[in-house]
Design a protein around this ligand. Structure first.
Ligand code: MN
Length: 400
């Protein structure tokens, strides 16, 4: 098991108006994030990142769990900047140490690092820098293009080559730490490391006594030295230490986000469900054909219902109906014409034919038929006197 004591301090410094650094420390995690970006955006980026990484650690205290959480923080900061255009370009550094589970039930300290905040290890008054700055000037020092002294005053010393909220994909330095009881770790923002020499840091951070005094002395010393940036420091001291079984020192990429789980796999029904949701051309075509069939059926029924005309006896008067005598579905026959003939002006057999509702294909055919029947009746009369019919003819507008 590995355990530590801890203390932390932060200060806005003497020049900056706001403190865009954020930190968190408890008995298992220590985090410092140095946010950047105007309109308070740097504070948003650093606070979001500290929160996300801490919660990721709580959920999965493993290297993979923390790397995944840092990847999620990176996506969150990028997404937040997209939602709030005034925060565009915001980002943050991250330096964090977590006591992570090892096989066998032990925990060991593992360092995670992006940007130019730093981690130092202190042992017997000596200081060792654990992290490499991801800044243009420091990378040039590593490449041999600049000396460390030149880097301290180089105009691009603050320009980061890696930061959360800027890079996608994000490269994270991951390092298991070998520590002994009594060792201290210092995590700090560049507001501390830029103001104090390594010798000053070593002396103040390893001062015997309580960690609180040491960490406040560090922040105060950086303020007196100029305080040109926000200053944050987290100091931990190991009271119990365990050697890692496997030393890791590598650059890791967070995995892509896991897509939201659509359905639980357990239920056999769930496999069919996604199909139901999706509108496809195939479904659309099936719907269109069904619609056409339904429409076609009613169109045919309508046509059939009103394609027929028949004569009928309406209180002694011969009238013409359009429609099927008994109706079709809800399409009832309409009275479309009242002829000038009465039932009495027809022969007896023809009256029976009318009652039997003989169908005709059109109004005109119906009129011709009744005119013919009437003529037949006239011819059958014993006298040749022409009957004058005075009936009026009413034509009703044929309803469709
Ligand atoms: Mn800073």
């Amino acid at each position: 098991m590995t355990r530590w004591r801890y203390a932390a301090a932060t200060d806005t410094g003497l020049v900056r108006e706001t403190n865009q650094d954020a930190y968190f420390v408890d008995d298992a995690v220590a985090i410092v994030a140095d946010g950047m970006g105007g309109h308070a955006a740097g504070e948003v980026a650093s606070a979001m990142t500290v929160d996300k990484v801490y919660n990721g650690f709580l959920q999965r205290p493993t290297v993979e769990g923390v790397v995944r959480a840092i990847g999620a923080a990176n996506r969150d900061v990028l997404a937040n900047a997209k939602e709030h255009p005034e925060r565009q370009g915001m980002g943050t550094t991250l330096i964090a140490v977590g006591l992570l589970d090892e096989p066998g039930g032990h925990t060991v300290p593992v360092l995670f690092h992006v940007g130019d905040s730093r981690a130092y290890q202190l042992r017997d008054g000596a200081l060792r820098q654990l992290s490499e700055d991801h800044s243009v000037a420091e990378e040039w020092v590593r490449m041999g293009r600049l000396t460390p002294e030149e880097a301290l005053i180089h105009p691009r010393r603050h320009q980061l080559t890696r930061a959360i909220g800027v890079d996608q994909p994000l490269e994270i330095d991951v390092q298991t730490l070998s520590v002994q009881v009594g060792d201290r770790l210092l995590l700090c923002s560049d507001g501390l490391s830029n103001e104090l020499s390594p010798e000053d840091i070593a002396e103040i951070a390893s001062a015997p006594g309580d960690l609180e005094s040491a960490v406040h002395a560090l922040v105060q010393a950086a303020t007196y030295a100029g305080g040109r940036d926000n200053i944050s420091a987290v100091l931990v001291e190991f009271v119990e230490a365990h050697e890692p079984s496997l030393m890791v020192n590598q650059v890791m990429l967070p995995p892509p986000p896991t897509p939201p789980r659509a359905e639980p796999v357990a239920s056999p029904l769930s496999k069919r469900r996604p199909k139901r949701r999706v509108f496809t051309w195939r479904n659309g075509a099936v719907l269109a054909i069904l619609g056409a069939l339904v429409w076609g059926f009613f169109a045919i029924m309508h046509w059939y219902a009103y394609s027929n005309f028949y004569l009928a006896d309406n209180a002694g008067r011969v009238v013409i109906y359009q429609g099927q005598p008994n109706g079709v579905l809800w399409y009832k026959p309409h009275l479309v014409h009242v002829t000038r003939f009465t039932m009495k002006e027809l022969r007896g057999a023809d009256r029976a034919a009318i009652t039997a509702t003989v169908g005709e294909p059109s109004l005109r055919a119906s009129l011709q038929y009744i005119t013919y029947l009437h003529a037949q009746w006239q011819l059958s009369l014993p006298t040749t006197t022409t009957t004058t019919t005075t009936s009026t003819t009413t034509t009703l507008k044929a309803k469709k």
